[in-house]
Every structure is written in C-alpha cells, then in structure tokens.
Ligand binder design. Structure first.
Ligand code: ATP
Ligand code: MN
Length: 462
C-alpha cells in the first residue's frame, strides 16, 4: 500500500512546490462555492495541514463526504499559504476517501468538550488535540527512559506480572484466579487454592522491585519498566489501578548515589520533552492555563532540595498550617504536606530521606538510629510524590528479623533472603510512576487523562 508522508515532515523541511501524498483524519471541513477547505491531521505532530480543494475538479461523492472525523488521503502540491493561520497548505489533485464519518452522529464536534465527556469516548479521544499531544509526550518520556538507562549500561529486565506474594505487604492487591467465583472449591470451609490454576493464591504485581533485585545482584545495573496494578480504593486525581512504573536497581549504590541518579534521570528525560514538544507544550499550556515550559525548566535548572524526614516534619510543624492530616514525627507525608514543601516552602523539587521505619516497606535498609530507614521520596510541585526509592537491607540477619517482626511469611521470601545469604551486596533502587510524570509535564490535573484507557476504582470501560 502506498505510504503517506507524515505531515510533520512538511513542517520540518521545505516541500514548497513539491508533489506529496498525505493521509489522516479531518479535524474540520468547510464547503465553499468554488473552493472547499479541509484540515487534516495524522497525529505525527501537533500541527494540521490545510487542504485546498478546487470543487470543479472533484465529483460530488467526494465533496459530499468530507466531514469532521473522516479519514482521507490527498495527493497534491505544497504551496505557501496566503492565509495568516498557517505557513503552508496543500492544493489537492487526488483525494481518496478511506472512511467517512456521519456528522449527525460523530461525537467529536468542533466545540470544546469536557475532559469528563472525553473519557467516556476514550476510543476517539486520541483524535483530539489535547490527548494526541499527551500521547506524543508520553511516548517521548518512555523512549527517553530507555535511552537514559541504556546509555549508562543498565540492562532492561522483564519482571513477572503475576506474582505469588504481596511483595510490599501493603495490601491493595488484585487477585488472579481461574475459579468460577459462584462455585469456589472449599476445604473445611476455606477456599481450596490447591485446585486453583497455580495451586495457590496469585496476584497481579504491585511492583517489580523484589524480582528485579535478584538481577541487580548479577548484572549490577538493571531496570524494569512495565505495568503495575494496585487496588487503590481512593478516588484521587493521582492514583490509577493500572499504571506503568520504571524501576532501576543498582548494586554498589547507596542512598545518596540513588538520589543523585534519580535527580539526573528526571532532569534528563524532562529535557527531552522540552527539546521535542514546543507545539504540544504551547497548546497544553493554554489548555490547562499553566506555563509548562517555565514549569519544566524550573525542575531542570535548580538542584533539588535534600531534606531528612525529621527536618521536613519540623518545617511542617513550624508552618502553622491547618493541615487536614495533623503533622507529627512518625506520620507518612500526605499530598498536602508534600505540596507545601515543594510549592510554598522550597518552591522546587524536594527529596525527603530517612523516613520512620514504620511507614516504609520491610526491605528498606535500617539506619543506625534504630528508628529510620534509608528511604527517599522525590516530591514534585503539583503532583507530590513522583519517585519512591531506598537502599535495600542487604544484611541477612537484619532482613530476616524485620520479616519476622512484621509477621510476614518467611516461605514467601526464601528466595529474596537467599540473595543476602549468597554474595550479598549493598544495593539500591527507586520507582517512578510514568503517569505522574506525564501529569507533571502536560499539566493534566487528573491522572486519568494521561493514559489511553484508564483503570480506576469503579472504572473499567473499553
Ligand atoms: P502514594 O503515596 O502517592 O500512593 P506510594 O508510596 O504508594 O505512592 P510507591 O509504592 O513508592 O508509591 O510507588 C512508586 C511510584 O509509583 C510513586 O512514587 C508514584 O509515582 C507511582 N504510583 C504509586 N501508586 C500509584 C498509582 N496508584 N497510580 C499511579 N502512580 C502510582
Ligand atoms: Mn500508594
């Protein structure tokens, strides 16, 4: 099949007076007396191409079927546009109509639709200006993530989606089963998992970390980047039930090395958005009424504040703010606290480290003070926590003791403990939620507008 030239190419280099073949979807179409005008977009870039159609050269069945939402291919000559709205336009010689769209029923009209409405037509949402911009930026971030790690000698590891245990002991798990839930086999009144697919309970992964640690203690620097699942019951603009997480894990890195890496990583990938998405950012800035270029530059230029948890608590207490969740040493920081630190107090990203052991996962390295662990969270303005990481407990006895104290099942973690028995090494890593970063870079207030088909509590369409 004949391959169209991406519309982006027409704006990136000079095609004036050249014959080209393009294809895409009509953003709008207007029939005039002598000429018709169609606005064609193929998603390759933010800009659309204006098509000028001399009505006398086309049969009625073509002219009658140019409607918003239709898919057409056009062969024509690129010319400078006399209009002020665009630099170039295409004078059509041949038009192929691939797919029509009935204007009486096509749900995307020229007027601005609400974001809530657009979520209900997620199958057509990629055709909108805002969402195609979000998807392009999401793509750039994903590619930049791989590039960043590949250029630094990290190996990409695929960790399992189905897991045997709640790896963080944090709950929020989706169970995986092939049982007919209306007729579950029982033994002494309890579910008989021996008859289930795996012969035991199974879950969707909440993080690839525990598994990826085993490869860090063999390949030294690794990362996993895949879907994760959390049965978050809270209906927040920052939580999805299915999201994508990138998790680097490094042998011979301590907590400070990990903070350095996280900061370099964020700056590097956000720079790529600035470098490649001027048009998308300009549109999204206007759409969300925020200066995104300024927002992104700010988190690239300045060094991030690094702050022990205990000092963060002192700052929050001294703020005299009336927080919904009262502040005292020992609490986990909530979004309101994170946003006060980043938006009001420091006015830049903040890395809080050395959290109380009680609010963090069992595998984090115990500090000598007997109260805190070597954990760090990177907090961003607007979105709050964007990265969570830690140095891992590499001392077998300490880890065993912690697992026992928390009442976790040792059998579940025998393999995780074993890598501390055989050739253990200091190691660290972190997790970045891709959608939180997309939210920050695009200015979308709700995380449901950062992924093509959002899954959240009570929300599973398409
Ligand atoms: P939060 O306190 O915001 O729920 P968390 O402490 O549960 O986050 P981690 O377990 O440290 O988060 O996960 C690492 C990263 O994954 C977070 O920093 C965040 O960017 C992202 N993340 C966590 N939960 C979600 C979710 N439900 N939806 C989207 N991203 C998430
Ligand atoms: Mn959470």
């Amino acid at each position: 099949m004949r391959k169209p030239l991406p519309i982006k190419a027409l704006f990136d280099s000079d095609y004036i007076d050249q014959q080209v073949y393009v294809a895409g979807w009509l953003r709008s179409a207007r029939r005039g007396k002598r000429f018709s005008f169609a606005v064609l977009n193929d998603g390759s870039c933010f800009q659309s191409l204006q098509i000028v159609i001399d009505n006398s050269r086309f049969p009625a069945h073509v002219l009658d079927n140019l409607h918003t939402g239709g898919c057409i291919a056009v062969e024509g000559t690129v010319v400078r546009s006399p209009g002020r709205e665009q630099a170039i336009e295409l004078q059509a010689q041949n038009i192929t109509i691939f797919g029509t769209a009935d204007p009486a029923t096509y749900p995307l009209q020229k007027k601005q639709h609400s974001l809530e409405f657009l979520r209900t037509i997620a199958h057509l949402r990629p055709r909108t200006r805002f969402f195609s911009a979000v998807l392009r930026i999401r793509n750039t971030l994903s590619y930049a993530i791989h590039q960043f790690f590949q250029e630094r000698g990290f190996f990409y590891i695929h960790t399992p989606i189905i897991t045997a245990s709640d790896c963080e002991g944090a709950g929020e798990l989706f169970q995986v089963t092939t049982f007919d839930l209306n007729d579950v086999p029982k033994q002494d009144g309890m579910v008989d998992y021996q008859q289930d697919f795996f012969g035991k309970p199974a879950y969707l992964t909440v993080s690839g970390q525990l598994n990826v640690e085993t490869t860090a203690l063999a390949l030294t620097k690794v990362y996993t980047f895949g879907p994760t699942f959390r049965a978050e019951h809270s209906n927040t603009p920052r939580h999805l039930a299915e999201f994508w997480m990138v998790e680097p894990e490094m042998a011979f890195y301590d907590l400070e090395d990990t903070m350095d890496l996280a900061e370099e990583f964020l700056k590097n990938i956000i720079q790529k958005v600035l470098d490649n998405h001027q048009d998308d950012l300009a549109f999204l800035s206007q759409f969300n009424q925020v200066d995104l270029t300024e927002r992104l530059k700010r988190v690239i230029q300045e060094p991030y504040e690094r702050l022990p948890y205990t000092e963060a608590i002192a700052i929050l207490e001294a703020s005299k703010k009336n927080f919904q969740f009262p502040v005292k040493w020992g609490i986990d920081l909530k979004t309101e606290h994170e946003r006060y630190l980043t938006e009001e107090y420091f006015k830049k990203p903040v890395i809080v480290y050395n959290y109380p052991a009680e609010v963090k996962a069992f595998y984090m390295r115990q500090n000598d003070d007997g109260k805190t662990v070597a954990a760090m969270d990177v907090l961003f303005p607007e979105v709050g926590e964007i990265i969570g990481g830690s140095q891992r407990e590499e001392r077998y006895e300490r880890l065993l003791q912690r697992i026992q104290t928390l009442g976790l099942k040792i059998e579940d973690y025998h393999w995780y403990l074993a890598i501390r028995q055989y050739g253990s090494a200091p190691h660290s890593g972190f997790g970045l939620g891709l959608e939180r970063l997309v939210q920050f870079c695009t200015g979308m207030a709700n995380i449901r507008d950062t992924i093509p088909f959002p899954r959240a509590y009570g929300l599973l369409n398409f």
